[in-house]
Design a protein around this ligand. Structure first.
Ligand SMILES: [Zn+2]
Length: 404
């Protein structure tokens, strides 16, 4: 199973200069290869293939040791392949147009052919990516304790990568990409799917504020204790920073401590998410979850954990923000683990799952976070009710515990 991770890259000034040059050189190669195909067709009615062009690379490199010769051979092959894909699509469009032309009774479809756009030269400023094969002109080094991972590209150097999430599987390719002055690497991995034995258990999972999660068959995972401790330390540091004199060394030190505190929290939380997800994936065939991306999109203005907005500083919003950021990450980890284990994940729309009574569907009152009151069925555990609704919405039977 292939997975792709898009991660932000932070090159130094000289590295960025070399990366720009890398793109320019690859752009030139792309355009030269396009020109060759174009002229061969125009002047001799010859079709040039990827194989033909790849075979010329050695010569091109030898003739230009300070330019094309500096770059990764396999990366250049990828750029030629990219052109080949463009031509493949072009020929397909031509054939389709000819077919349509014949059906419409035109002669040979020549008229139609002119309307199909021939592949175009790319201007340098719009040539934005180069694909490297891992282990051949490019190398990936995952982050261990630190948040920085590193990617090395031939003719660019070893650049820092912000590894927001763990990269799972064997790294196959590394694509260096420019996007409006920012740089990214797209890491594609091949993770083996190891199907786990069937367990007969299928659950809905509700994540909440009072507890970390509750399943529709009554399993409860509490919020880890380190969240509270970290929150206290963060609030304390933020208060001290506000009191410290702007520009002072003290303030700078406090800020650094705060950044470290967040990083520690991030790492601990990620470990916790991995362990919790592992537990669920090992014991369930099917997992139903709320699609939190829907909710996350509307909340993004409040800032994320990595880029906290103003609101995050307020004590009231902090707990919430720590948990919010956690849920999206947890969902992502759970989905990834489930997929690589051959488990099924169903994402359901999050509307009203916690407020409607699971048994009768009536709209419940929610006087406190962990309690809902159905007009017919009385007091219900809010999270358990939510988990059962999620299970039902995902089509997992009644969502009730079978042997309760
Ligand atoms: Zn009810």
């Amino acid at each position: 199973m292939r997975r792709a991770y898009k991660l932000r890259v932070f090159p130094t000034r000289p590295q960025e200069g070399r990366a720009v040059r890398l793109l320019a050189d690859h752009c030139d190669l792309y355009n030269a290869a396009l020109q060759e195909r174009r002229e061969a067709w125009r002047m001799r009615n010859l079709s040039i293939t990827y194989g033909d062009q790849s075979a010329q690379l050695k010569e091109i490199r030898a003739a230009d040791p300070d330019g094309q010769g500096r770059h990764s051979f396999t990366a250049q092959q990828q750029t030629l392949r990219r052109l080949n894909v463009v031509f493949g699509a072009y020929f397909k469009r031509v054939r389709r147009a000819e077919m349509a032309g014949r059906q419409a009774g035109m002669k040979g479809g020549n008229l139609q052919r002119r309307t199909v756009g021939y592949p175009r030269y790319k201007p340098r400023q719009r040539f934005n990516q180069v694909l490297f094969v891992a282990g051949d002109g490019a190398k990936w080094e995952p982050a261990d304790d630190d948040r920085w991972a590193h990617a090395t590209f031939q003719a660019v150097g070893r650049v820092r990568v912000n590894q927001q999430r763990p990269v799972v599987g064997r790294v196959k390719t590394l694509q260096l990409k420019r996007e409006v002055r920012r740089w990214y690497v797209i890491v594609v991995t091949e993770a083996e799917t190891v199907p786990l034995a069937s367990t007969g258990r299928s659950v809905g999972v509700d994540v909440g504020v009072a507890r970390f999660l509750t399943t529709s068959d009554g399993e409860v995972v509490a919020n880890p204790r380190f969240l509270d401790a970290a929150q206290k330390r963060i609030v304390d540091l933020q208060r001290r920073i506000m009191r410290a004199r702007p520009g002072s060394g003290n303030r700078r030190r406090l800020k650094r401590s705060l950044a470290k505190e967040w990083r520690t929290l991030r790492n601990q939380r990620r470990d916790f998410h991995h362990k919790t997800a592992r537990g669920l994936v090992d014991t369930c065939d099917t997992l139903a979850l709320e699609d939190l991306r829907v909710a996350a999109m509307t909340a993004s203005a409040a800032g994320t954990l990595e880029h906290p907005g103003r609101n995050v500083a307020a004590k009231a919003g902090l707990n919430r923000s720590i948990l919010d950021a956690g849920w999206t990450q947890f969902t992502r980890i759970l989905v990834a683990k489930a997929e690589s284990a051959g488990r099924r994940v169903v994402l359901v729309h999050p509307a009203y799952t916690s407020i409607d009574c699971h048994t009768c569907g009536a709209s419940c009152a929610r006087p406190q976070q962990d309690l809902v009151i159905c007009p017919v069925h009385g007091d219900l555990d809010a999270d358990l009710n939510g988990a059962r609704n999620i299970a039902t919405r995902a089509g997992l039977g009644s969502g009730q515990a079978s042997a309760a």
